[in-house]
Design a binder for this molecule. Structure first.
Ligand SMILES: [Zn+2]
Length: 395
């Protein structure tokens, strides 16, 4: 006789497999689920009944029958659960509310009012935006399963389960994230922004079905998240993928992290603007300088063209390093700077990456723009509490 603990684990595992299938596909039938999850029809019937009772799955009509019994269609019950996903920047936050179908149902943004705010100001802005969106959606409060954060730094979870943000590039002291859970009163889960982008792309975007992929997130900071065999590569303390701080020039430009010659010191947004200014560029405002630079480049203004060409060359050699190191089938480029550079010529970047990379891995990868664009980080953050719901740890 199996122990009751084993039976419980087995049930929880079966529930997770079936629920994950629903969330990935949206709709299914009992027969399809049995085949896809490799479970008996009797087990599927029990699990589906439990999920319907939980309010997470619903009957969605019947498939027309061809002589036999009509087949019930089942779908995710979108109003069955809600999650908040937050894209935390260095000066602002975007808080999105998602339903169980991962559709966004509301958004609230907040700004701390500085180019780089201190963490206390960001936490305050975050708490206020979360309170606003929750007060606007009070009717879903009992179905709100948690809050996910996509953060601009390394999120390290200690042996005792405490989570700490290390945002060295922003000059922040380590931030204790557990205090936030107490402040908002719902479970808070957190990960690096490039990682939440990778999770979102894997669930709903360009990385669906990709076993070996890399999401690169370019904004003020430069990060990546590497998917190996379908899982995010984390390393010993979750800092794997800190691509922005790989050295591209010995003794080169000073990076916000304190070191010299990091990739971020050349292709992060502030670095690009600084390089343009040093080359003689004269943007009217720092806030819109990248737009001005790209406009000047499109008008064939020589200095702007040179700075953009160099930026694409450095980006491409950095991406080639990722290709050589991880042999991905796909690299997905995102973040507002990533989207802007890709817009200048994705094929050109891809060709340059191939020119820098070893022939074999260089032949096998493709470069794509994030399908989810600027929404990727918050969607992936919103998926974090949903993953917890799938695993049955929401009690
Ligand atoms: Zn650095």
């Amino acid at each position: 006789m199996p122990s009751s603990r084993t039976v419980l684990d087995l049930r929880r595992g079966n529930r997770a497999r079936v629920l994950r299938r629903f969330l990935l596909k949206g709709e299914s039938t009992r027969a399809q689920l049995a085949e896809e999850c490799r479970l008996s029809t009797a087990t599927i019937t029990n699990v589906v009944t439990d999920l319907i009772v939980e309010g997470l799955v619903e009957e969605a009509g019947v498939h027309p029958s061809e002589g036999g019994r009509p087949v019930s269609r089942l779908s995710t019950r979108r109003a069955g659960a809600f999650a908040l996903g937050v894209d935390v920047g260095e000066s602002s936050v975007v808080v999105d509310l998602y339903d169980l179908g991962l559709q966004r149902v509301d958004r609230e943004t907040g700004s701390a009012g500085h180019m780089v705010a201190d963490p206390e100001a960001i936490v305050k802005t975050l708490a206020s935006a979360v309170e606003t969106i929750r007060s606007r959606n009070e009717h879903i409060e009992d179905r709100l399963v948690g809050l996910g954060l996509g953060l601009p730094g390394i999120v390290e979870t200690g042996a005792n389960g405490t989570a700490t943000l290390h945002a060295q590039s922003l000059g922040w002291e380590p931030v204790d994230l557990d205090a936030l859970t107490t402040a908002v009163g719902i479970p808070v889960l957190a990960d690096n922004g490039a990682t939440t982008m990778a999770i979102a792309e894997a669930w709903r975007g360009s990385a669906r079905g990709v076993s070996h992929g890399i999401a690169v997130l370019l904004g003020r900071g430069v990060g990546s998240s590497v998917i190996v065999d379908g899982s995010v590569l984390r390393g010993l303390s979750s800092s794997a993928g800190e691509w922005g701080h790989t050295t591209v020039m010995i003794g080169g430009r000073r990076c916000p992290c304190g070191a010299r010659g990091c990739l971020e010191a050349y292709i992060g947004s502030d670095a690009i603007i600084q390089r343009w200014k040093e080359a003689g560029g004269n943007p009217r405002s720092d806030e819109d300088a990248i737009t001005e630079l790209i406009r000047a480049g499109n008008s064939q203004e020589a200095t702007a063209v040179k700075v953009l060409d160099e930026t694409i060359e450095i980006l491409s050699s950095g991406l080639a390093n990722l290709v050589n190191l991880f042999n991905p089938e796909k690299i997905i480029i995102g973040g507002w700077i990533g989207l802007a550079l890709a817009d200048l010529g994705l094929k050109r970047i891809e060709d340059q990456v191939r020119a820098h990379a070893l022939h074999s891995p260089g032949r096998h990868f493709s470069l794509e723009v994030s399908e989810l664009g600027n929404d990727a980080v918050s969607l992936g953050a919103g998926i974090l509490p949903i993953l917890r719901l799938i695993d049955g740890h929401n009690d």
